[in-house]
Write a protein that binds this ligand. Structure first.
Ligand SMILES: Nc1ncnc2c1ncn2[C@@H]1O[C@H](COP(=O)(O)OP(=O)(O)OP(=O)(O)O)[C@@H](O)[C@H]1O
Ligand SMILES: [Mg+2]
Length: 353
């Protein structure tokens, strides 16, 4: 009799439900994890065993086999610790399997059983809702993010022991209730009104802000290009809730959501330095991460000292600027990240100034 707990992986910007199957077999006590796990998932073995014992629960003296399905999805990161631990506890007969029906479980465990922050909780909650799950169990600090998705119960957990008490019915955790916190902007712009004169440039920027147009500013040193660009976020139109969720999803996956900011309400403003690599700009890495152009989605990408950027770096901007998204292909498959940004560039008329 195996136990089956549902968890979630993030592929690109989308959540994919992962089934965590746990069973006992013959052999030396310990744990084997199969189903395309990366190193962080393999290390779950050690974390789960210690966390279960330290939570005051019994770790079975059997060989435990864990299968993460579907095997075709690459499992990255330590988010399966909590579902694996629950699977072991259920299989050991300490919890009824029904307690985890229609529930997604996400969370990394520390050795003492504390549940740690997970990245990408927003797309995971969205997937849970879309696939008809009733409940999602998430780390306490990520509950506000999960609660952005309406119509799903969010159970915030601090430790494995507390979750065990909740599931066994001895001490229930109340579902997370969202609070009305005032969102803090990611970037504090210069006040547009502080720019003296420059009426024509200000007008051009106002038109660009209203219409989402790209702008190239050229002018001699000290003429206020950087200042004007940095004042632009202050006059950008507000984002709708859907746009906010769109942007927040990218920051959630990139693990760049500032603490205490579950929802990004202000348009992003990204100003990468000109030494940035093309992978940093458009996204990339072995397991592709969103780059600056995706972090600037529905906001502004400001490239100061434009000619200093490498030619190859600028060339890779072409396709995303036309398509409003970028597709990154790797041997394991290709991922698409949104990249609908407004480009503001500033340069001197000639390298000598
Ligand atoms: N129109 C203006 N109103 C108020 N302050 C200004 C204005 N123009 C420039 N400044 C001030 O002058 C200084 C230089 O401006 P800034 O750095 O924006 O110039 P720049 O065009 O980006 O120069 P560079 O080509 O050297 O990068 C800043 O401290 C800026 O605040
Ligand atoms: Mg400048």
């Amino acid at each position: 009799m195996l136990s089956r707990i549902f968890s979630c992986a993030v592929v690109g910007l989308e959540g994919v439900v992962v089934e965590v199957e746990v069973d006992f077999t013959n052999g030396q006590p310990g744990m084997t994890i199969v189903g395309l796990p990366d190193t962080a998932v393999q290390e779950s073995r050690e974390r789960v065993q210690t966390a279960v014992k330290n939570a005051g629960l019994h770790f079975p003296r059997h060989r435990v086999v864990v299968n993460l399905a579907p095997a075709s999805v690459r499992k990255v990161g330590p988010y399966y610790d909590l579902p694996i631990a629950l699977g072991v506890i259920v299989l050991g007969g300490h919890l009824a399997p029904e307690t985890l029906e229609s529930t997604l479980v996400i969370g990394e465990l520390s050795l003492d059983g504390v549940v740690r922050h997970a990245r990408g909780v927003l797309p995971m909650a969205a997937t849970a809702r879309a696939q008809g799950y009733k409940r999602i169990i998430v780390p306490e600090m990520d509950a506000a993010e999960a609660a952005l998705i309406p119509g799903i119960e969010v159970i915030p957990v601090s430790t494995l022991a507390v979750l065990f008490d909740h599931l066994s019915g001895s001490h229930l955790i109340p579902p997370y209730q969202p609070s009305d916190e005032v969102p803090v902007p990611l970037y504090l712009p210069t006040d547009f009104a502080e720019v003296k004169g420059q009426e024509h440039v200000k007008r051009a920027l106002e038109v660009a802000a209203a219409g989402g147009h790209n702008v190239l500013m050229t002018g001699s040193p000290g003429s206020g290009k950087t200042l004007l660009a940095r004042a632009l976020p202050g006059i950008l139109p507000e984002m709708s809730i859907d746009e906010s969720l769109d942007v927040t999803r990218i920051y959630s996956v990139a693990d760049q959501l500032p603490a205490g900011t579950p929802l990004i309400r202000h348009r992003p403003f990204r100003a990468p330095h000109h030494t940035i690599s093309h992978a940093g700009l458009v996204g990339g890495g072995n397991i592709p991460h969103p780059g600056e152009i995706s972090l600037a989605h529905r906001g502004v990408l400001f490239l100061d000292e434009f000619p200093e950027f490498g030619q190859r770096v600028l060339e890779v901007l072409r396709q995303p600027m036309e398509d409003k998204f970028v597709t990154i292909s790797r041997a394991q498959g290709s991922l698409t990240f949104s990249a609908n940004f407004q480009l503001i560039a500033a340069m001197n008329p000639c390298p000598c100034g």
